[in-house]
Each structure stands twice: as structure tokens, then as C-alpha cells.
Design a protein around this ligand. Structure first.
Ligand code: APR
Length: 310
């Protein structure tokens, strides 16, 4: 099994580390900056005897060694600075992912693409357009991260293990995301029985602003530990054919009443990529919020199309 990770920055290098150190796959790391991917890959390979994995990890600037990859993870592009929204990255990152997907399609035509570069739902749309892959094989990582943040904050609030919190965040990866309060549970107990509505609303807000909170602390970088953990869960579920149910950004074709829009929804991930979109029942408010989120993604796609035309 081989995974190519494009972008050897914070998110990409940490993804590579998690994938090899958890013995999920061999990794080829690519970056446009000469020596960066090769250097980080060599450093990770030198850690192998200490952490005890037998995976191969190499790096470079070329796409040839990505040949035959089962999964490609795209993290290349610029990250946010304080005060920026994810949409502010559109023009720069849209062009970067276009060029990268063209390179990858030539060498790894059967791969599953996992997009990480922001603005996530739109870069995933671009990857689908450029690759012309079936929708099962083009997805974006956002829900895994937003859900992890939501679960972590609920765990902190209740002083209980975050892994016992079950919850889901749907919608676009941005201000319009939709954390589902009604179905969140801790060890099977609905959180609405444990946390009052006002406090829950604050936790939902913190989840929505989770990325910005990290950017404002780091100042010169955005989050990468939790994002790379989200990617690793998705890669593992696909390569090990685990069938995990994880919210991912996927092209909706009528599901949830939404047409032709990439949006975060629960999906079963296995060897074929997105093997099923799980159309769970939503409250009227949640469905309306999901529709608003879809509208925001469509508007950002239109902004991208104007950039391409202009
Ligand atoms: N080809 C390959 N690599 C590229 C290209 C390109 N055309 N353009 C930029 N890169 C590389 C940079 O050289 C850098 O090493 O992408 C890497 C990005 O790394 P960071 O700046 O550390 O950014 P990171 O925090 O990893 O975030 C990457 O993921 O979460 C999103 O919003 C985030 O869009 C951002 C992306």
C-alpha cells in the first residue's frame, strides 16, 4: 500500500509521520521546495528503528515516484494567518491544487484523492473537475477534524474521555458548518441531558471557530496535529477497508436534497473510497443550516469560476 502526501509543511509532514508510524502504508512525500520533502522523509526514516515501524518513507519534488499510489493526500498550499478566512486562500490554493491534481492523475489514475488544502469544499470540487475521477474517489477532510474538535470540547466540559463522546459535524468547513447537538452522546447519554442549551451553544461556537482559535495562538501557522489525525483515520479506513463512518466532503447528487455540491456528510469509507453516503435524519433547523452551508460552498465555487474566467 502506498500513500503520496503532497505538501511537506505542517499538515503534510505530520500526516506522513502518522501514516508510517502507525504502519498504515509506505509514504512518498512531495513538496515544491527543493530538499524539504526529501529532508523530512529522511528524518522520519531515521526514526524507524526507534519507533519500530518497517514502512518506507521517501520524499522529493517530482511526481514520478507517486506512481501507483492507492491514496493521495493533498495538503499543499498556503495556510491562514490571523484575521484571514479559509475563503481568502481561494485564488492561490485553487491554482496550486489544479496543477498538482494534473500531475497526480498522470501517474496515479486509480488513486483515492483526499483533499486537505483550504478552502476545503471548493478545492475538493476542483480536484473532482480536474481529475474527472468518480465521486467515490474524491473527498475532502474536514468533518473528521471538526467532529474531533466538537468531541474534544464536550469531553473538556464534562471532564470525561473525549473518545466516549459520539458526535458529528456536517456541512462546509467554515463558518457555516453544522455541529449536530441533538444526536451527540457521551457513553450513550444524550449531551442535552448533561449540558444546558446556552453552554452547548458556546461549545458549538467554539467548534465553528476551532481553526481560528489555533491560528490566533500560533500566529504564523494553522492547526496540524488534529487535521493530520483526521486524515490518518480516513486513510486507514480506506486502505484497511474498515468501513468507518466519518463525515467527509463529498459530491452530493440529491442526498439531503442537495445537488452538485461538495459538502461534509457522514460516509462509510472502505477500499473503494466513499462506499456509501449515510442520509441520516436531520431536524428542520439542521437541514436548513445544511442548505445554507451548501449555498455558501456554491457561491465560493462561483467565485473560483470567475477567477478562472478572468
Ligand atoms: N506543489 C507542492 N507543494 C507546494 C506547492 C506546490 N505547487 N505550493 C506550496 N507547496 C507546499 C509548501 O512549500 C509548504 O511546504 O505546501 C506546504 C504547505 O505547508 P504549510 O505552509 O506548513 O501549511 P500547512 O499548515 O501544512 O497547511 C496546508 O492545509 O489545513 C490546510 O489551510 C491549510 O491550506 C492549508 C493546507
Amino acid at each position: 500500500m502506498k500513500v503520496t502526501v503532497v505538501g511537506a509543511g505542517h499538515v503534510g509532514a505530520t500526516c506522513a509521520q502518522r501514516i508510517v508510524e502507525n504502519s498504515i502504508a509506505d509514504v512518498y512525500l512531495v513538496d515544491i521546495v527543493e530538499g524539504l520533502a526529501a529532508g523530512k522523509a529522511l528524518d522520519l526514516a531515521e526514526a524507524a528503528p526507534l519507533v519500530g515501524h518497517g514502512r518506507s518513507i521517501t520524499g522529493g519534488t517530482e511526481y514520478g515516484p507517486a506512481e501507483g499510489s492507492d491514496v493521495v493526500v493533498i495538503t499543499a498550499g498556503v495556510a491562514r494567518k490571523p484575521g484571514m478566512s479559509r475563503d481568502d486562500l481561494l485564488e492561490t490554493n485553487g491554482r496550486i491544487v489544479t496543477q498538482i491534481v494534473e500531475e497526480l492523475v498522470a501517474v496515479a489514475p486509480d488513486a483515492v484523492i483526499i483533499m486537505v488544502t483550504n478552502p476545503l469544499d471548493v478545492t475538493t470540487h476542483i480536484a473532482k473537475e480536474v481529475s474527472n475521477f468518480p465521486r467515490e474517489r474524491v473527498m475532502g477532510m474536514a468533518g473528521a477534524l471538526d467532529t474531533a474538535r466538537f468531541r474534544a470540547f464536550i469531553g473538556m466540559e464534562l471532564d470525561c474521555a473525549a473518545r466516549d463522546v459520539q458526535a458529528m459535524v456536517l456541512g462546509g468547513h467554515g463558518d457555516s458548518m453544522v455541529p449536530l447537538v441533538s444526536s451527540a452522546t457521551v457513553g450513550g447519554v444524550p449531551i442535552t441531558q448533561l449540558i444546558d442549551a446556552r453552554r452547548l451553544e458556546e461549545i458549538v461556537e467554539r467548534t465553528r471557530d476551532g481553526g481560528a482559535e489555533i491560528v490566533s495562538l500560533l500566529k504564523t501557522a494553522s492547526a496540524f496535529y488534529a487535521p493530520s489525525a483526521g486524515v490518518t483515520d480516513m486513510v486507514a479506513s480506506i486502505l484497511r477497508d474498515e468501513g468507518r463512518v466519518i463525515p467527509v466532503s463529498v459530491l452530493l447528487q440529491g442526498e439531503f436534497g442537495i445537488e452538485d455540491t461538495f459538502l461534509g456528510v457522514p460516509a462509510r469509507l472502505g477500499a473503494g473510497g466513499v462506499e456509501e453516503i449515510i442520509e441520516c435524519e436531520l431536524s428542520d433547523d439542521e437541514l436548513a443550516a445544511l442548505q445554507r452551508s451548501a449555498q455558501h460552498v456554491r457561491e465560493t465555487v462561483e467565485a473560483w469560476e470567475r477567477i478562472c474566467a478572468g
